[in-house]
Design a protein. Structure first.
Length: 552
């Protein structure tokens, strides 16, 4: 189970005392809680690419410093490359039935409307139900614009210019007293269509083109009905488990919670002390409990490993007016999109497997979301690909206490394609060092985020370059508030020398691949836009809405 934008400080078992998360807390009590669980990127698309492949997103071209650091459009051609091997692909070959329910956000088409080259079913999953894109404000009717407002304005202007040109041609033909023929009819019809598209662009095309629900390769809701999405996801989880409880299966529950616009059902509205965000976290906790109960009630408790995490930290810049609608990252500095700061990459990590993994255990060793890849492959009896570098490490020896130390000596923290920070787990002393080469410029000065933009930038005038680098010892200073003095501290030079050597060796392993989030790959292409109907009039509702009772 993977939450979306959940801050590590939002959960009771990680220190929160004002948001109720009893189901997640119980999961931690029944298993292992990882206190230094690290996302490979501070944003959705690159983090999820790394999670699915066990490799830094840079290796698959799924990270960028440009305008598109995530996949913005379902009608773009970027996505998880077909030559990447997900853990689902390996388990599928091992006889597992594989399913994903919820958010994908790793692309759709490459060259034609229905090639679905980036689709989950082309990346090792037998079954997909959910949102191929990601929640955005436009998914909620009347929501504040979030995605590419300049693009919308430019497209509207272009359409109006085209409409004016067509109208001019029509008038010219009339002024010459030319009899009405099929060309005049064509121009008039084209004008009407262009006028309608202009209106469509202005009043909600993003909701219809980006906010959709699919089952396998079929669009079943366009646009999605937000009030029904949560109970429908729980129904799909229950059905998948019921269908496959007699055979080995892998189920990836990829929550839409707690990404803005914080869609919450009526049963949970007003139930928390933290407004819409707290309500959404508590509903997600209920969903976690429902998934765990479905496993336990199917008699699968003792032979199923359950894993829960978040794709990255809470979104500090997320606000509705003055109301904070993003997560809380506890004592850790920074948040979503902020390069190597701990608040954007340190996430909850909980693993339960009764009889195999001990209960009520805390592990303070550095681990990564990328570790799920080799762990799942190992448990499924598969083999890791030998033709590529896998950056994750098998967690089972650590989880079962066969070893007391993580296999990660170094973890590299990228912001787009820029290396912002490096973590070194010094095994001899037990210290965990973190060197920051680049950090975002917070705005306004003295703030803890970049409130003049949606996300902090990775390069250019919006970042600080540190020479010498900032150096922290995270066990002594987890909030990264007091960097070591490069002139006074006796360990500074030796630690930085070791980290510099590791960076040099790491960079030798990075090869040039097509950039899936480049301008061309990220560009919206009408011929790739999934559409239930005749483009641009995309609408359908094929869903079975019998979901009563799933939310209590």
């Amino acid at each position: 189970m993977l939450a979306d934008d959940l801050g590590i400080g939002d959960i009771g078992c990680y220190g929160n005392t004002t948001i109720r998360t009893p189901n997640i807390d119980k999961l931690a009590n029944d298993g292992v809680k990882l206190t230094q669980h690290i996302a490979a990127a501070p944003l959705c698309t690159p983090s999820r690419a790394a999670f699915m492949t066990g490799r830094y997103a840079l290796r698959s071209g799924m990270d960028s410093c440009g305008g598109a650091r995530v996949i913005k459009w379902l009608g773009s051609s970027g996505g998880l490359p077909p030559n990447e091997t997900t853990f689902a692909s390996i388990l599928q070959k091992q006889g597992y039935t594989t399913g994903i329910i919820g958010k994908w956000h790793l692309g759709m088409n490459c060259e034609s409307l229905n090639d679905h080259c980036h689709h989950p079913l082309n990346h090792g999953f037998h079954y997909f139900y959910g949102m191929p894109h990601s929640l955005i404000n436009e998914c909620q009717p009347g929501g504040l614009p979030e995605i590419e407002v300049p693009f919308r304005a430019q497209l509207t202007l272009l359409t109006q210019i085209m409409a004016f040109a067509v109208m001019t041609l029509v008038i010219a033909r009339y002024s010459n007293m030319v009899a009405i023929n099929w060309k005049i009819i064509f121009y008039s019809a084209l004008f009407v269509i262009l006028f309608f598209i202009t209106w469509y662009i202005k009043y909600g095309f993003i909701q219809y083109w980006s906010c959709i629900i699919m089952r396998n390769h079929e669009i079943i809701e366009q646009p999605m009905n937000l009030e029904r999405t949560t109970p429908q996801m729980l129904r799909e989880v229950q059905h998948f488990i019921d269908r496959n409880k007699e055979t080995p299966f892998l189920l990836f529950v990829s929550f839409l919670h707690v990404h803005t616009p914080l869609i919450t059902t009526k049963a949970f509205i007003g139930k928390s002390k933290h407004g819409r965000y707290g309500d959404n976290v508590q509903e997600m906790d209920f969903m976690v409990g429902s998934v765990v109960n479905a496993i336990d009630n199917a008699g699968l408790k003792n032979n199923t490993m359950i894993y829960f995490a978040s794709d990255h930290g809470g979104h500090l810049e997320a606000k509705d007016g003055k109301l904070q609608t993003g997560g809380w990252n506890g004592i850790y500095r920074g948040g979503k999109g902020m390069g190597g700061w701990e608040g954007g990459i340190r996430v909850p990590g909980i693993v339960r497997w009764p009889g195999i993994i001990p209960s009520d255990v805390k592990i303070d060793e550095p681990t990564s979301l990328m570790d799920i890849y080799p762990t799942v492959v190992h448990l499924g009896g598969g083999e890791l690909p030998k033709d590529r570098i896998i950056d994750g490490r098998n967690l089972m020896p650590l989880l079962t206490k066969k070893t007391h130390h993580s296999e990660h000596e170094f973890l590299f923290h990228y912001c787009g394609t820029q290396l912002h920070a490096v973590r070194w787990h010094q095994k001899e002393s037990g210290a965990i060092w973190k060197a920051h080469y680049i950090t975002p410029v917070f705005f306004p000065e003295g703030a803890v985020g970049c409130y003049n933009m949606r996300f902090c930038a990775c390069e250019g005038d919006h970042v600080h370059h540190h020479d010498p680098p900032l150096l922290f010892e995270l066990l002594a200073d987890p909030s990264e508030s007091k960097p070591l003095d490069s002139h006074v501290d006796p360990q500074y030079k030796s630690v930085l020398h070791r980290i510099k050597t590791a960076v040099t060796e790491h960079q030798k392993t990075i090869s040039v691949v097509p950039q899936q989030l480049s301008f061309f790959y990220s560009l919206w292409k009408p011929w790739l836009q999934p559409c239930c109907g005749t483009f641009p009039f995309c609408w359908c509702d094929k869903e079975d809405h019998n979901v009563k009772g799933l939310l209590g």
